[in-house]
Design a protein around this ligand. Structure first.
Ligand code: AMP
Ligand code: FES
Ligand code: ZN
Ligand code: ZN
Length: 306
């Protein structure tokens, strides 16, 4: 296969676009496509301050790399979740790689350790909430959302960017569609507007396949953590990703079409009725001051208090 731009041997095959590209043109394509999505979905402008949530994985470190190469003012945020042990020091290793990425490029990394700030690691918090039952992932999700929003708001960033890729988004969409969770469908978008203490959230990589993000990280020489979070082994979202990849291997582009056609339907108001139903007035948590859908403390503060 040849590079569509220069005719040299292609190193990356983007079957979903019937496009082969050599290394240089692939790296350039990733930049121009990201810039296009930032503009298309009105994510942020050149003068806005971006906080990139970096987990130490390929997606978020590549996102930080792409945004700085595009000339945006982007700092990183690493949340220390306290996951792992001596055999598999998952959080410690992800922190090391995120810090190394920042140091090598002279970038600023904000670091917040959940245990130092709130007294308990994610597995400890989950233990007190679930009493040993189930995975800590839902507790972790609540804590990550809360802390990302707190730091973005307190440190005066205009927008919070995460490294969710198309496989992540398609798996969530697949799960919500399987259960016809009408209230969740309109909330899934490349941009969630900020208001009243809630930071604007953006996902600039939402149209790139996970395998192409891995290719970008490797070709750019970014050192990232290969291991998934140990609690994600056997999770439903990984199962959905595998199912979608089976579909993709028979019908290249099916995964992309599933997500992009959903965004198109959303943008012409297919879920407008559900959107109106879910946009309830927000309350303010008396403990942390963050917006919450219910009166009283937000789910994070209730969890920490417990
Ligand atoms: P996940 O929820 O693990 O699939 O990660 C989705 C996105 O959340 C990543 O691409 C990052 O942008 C962000 N993220 C996940 N874990 C962390 C972390 N420990 N610190 C900062 N950002 C994170
Ligand atoms: Fe939070 Fe796995 S990253 S439980
Ligand atoms: Zn080329
Ligand atoms: Zn709160």
């Amino acid at each position: 296969m040849k590079c569509k731009t220069c005719g040299q041997k292609a190193t990356v095959n983007l079957r979903q676009h019937r496009l082969g590209l050599c290394t240089d043109h692939f790296l350039e394509w990733m930049l121009t496509q990201t810039a296009r999505f930032i503009k298309k979905y009105r994510m942020f402008g050149p003068d806005e301050k971006v906080l990139v949530a970096v987990s130490g994985g390929k997606d978020s470190l590549s996102l930080w790399d792409i945004l700085t190469r595009l000339g945006y003012q982007a700092d990183g945020l690493y949340l220390g979740l306290g996951i792992g042990d001596e055999q598999n020091p998952y959080s410690a290793e992800s922190h090391r790689l995120a810090q190394q990425f920042a140091d090598q490029r002279g970038l600023k990394l904000q670091v917040v350790d959940i245990r130092e700030t709130h007294g308990q690691t994610i597995p400890q918090l989950a233990e007190s909430v679930h009493r040993g039952q189930g995975r800590p992932c839902s507790v972790c999700g609540v804590a990550k959302r809360h802390e990302m929003n707190r730091i973005a708001r307190d440190l005066g960033y205009d927008v919070l960017a995460t490294g969710h890729n198309l496989d992540d988004e398609a798996a969530v969409l697949f799960g919500n569609t399987l259960g016809w969770q009408a209230d969740l469908l309109p909330r899934q978008a490349p941009v969630l507007a900020g208001h009243d203490g809630l930071a604007r959230k953006v996902k600039p990589l939402c149209r790139f396949y996970e395998k192409d993000m891995a290719a970008y990280a490797i070709l750019r020489g970014i050192e990232y953590i290969y291991e998934e979070c140990p609690f994600s082994v056997g999770s439903t979202s990984i199962y959905y990703k595998e199912l979608l990849n089976r579909l993709e291997s028979d019908r290249p582009g099916a995964k992309l079409a599933f997500y992009v056609k959903f965004l198109e339907a959303r943008s012409v108001g297919l879920f407008a009725a559900q959107q109106a139903e879910v946009s309830q007035p927000l309350f303010t948590c008396p403990t942390c001051g963050q917006p919450t859908a219910h009166e009283g403390q937000c789910s994070f503060c209730r969890m920490v208090l417990r």
